[in-house]
Design a protein. Sequence first.
Length: 288
Amino acid sequence: MIYHVTYPSEGLHVKGYLSLPYGYQLPEDEVRQLLFGKFSSDTYPAVQLNTPLHTTGQDFTSKKWPVFIYCRGGIGDFGKVRTPWVEEFAMHDHIVFAPSYRGKDGGEGRDCFGGDDKEDVYAAVKLLSQLPFVDAERISIMGFSRGSINAAYTAHTQPNIHKLVLWSGVSDMAQTYEERVDLRRTFKRVIGGTPTKVPEAYKDRSPVTIASELSCPVLIVHGTKDVQVSYSQGEKMYNSLSEAKANVNFHRYEGLGHHFPQETHRAAISRMFEWITEGTGDPEAITM
């Protein structure tokens, strides 16, 4: 069951998607009550998008659940939360939350490609941690493509992040500027100039900058033929983490690009959740 929600971030009302674990459902009025003051309000009520075909019949509120935060890629009209991905993630016994970032899906503000919009993810983590049915010690976060900027900096800033996944992720924004000629005009407009003109702005959007300061385990997932975010960016982040003696794993996918074929994508998600749930003592969390 997925809900379109609104929550506060730096005085803005921003949007996101919250999913219960697969097979669980609650009456809409009960969900609004549970989320009230955080992801739902009288002005911006949580809106139910779908209902699961399969239901467990079990009491959702009888335990505290791990959370998986999915930080989308893209920017503005060229980026959106992929709700089918949210559904796939929810099949792994996690509450799933996907921030849209400011300025998207009717939210206030403007997406800054890993600038102030990082605050939207920080705010989500803090609010999720306060929900009575959330295990605040098991909040993991995944960033896809440019979402890796938001995810990595959230893991760096928020002390309770359990595990971090960087999937086809940007690690060096200056390198991205050089490689993505088609996006240079957008980068100059959104970020404020070129890497030469505003180097600190690019550095502040580069997860490799903080690699040595990340304390949670990190998983890198990348296809070797990715032409949107080059495989070398995944390698660069992995090497920086390894040099810092971090707990890091690398799932390389030979011959694959930015987006994987559906069957491989599902298998990669299962493999990712097996890594996330390692050592948690909760075997149910990796059940498909």
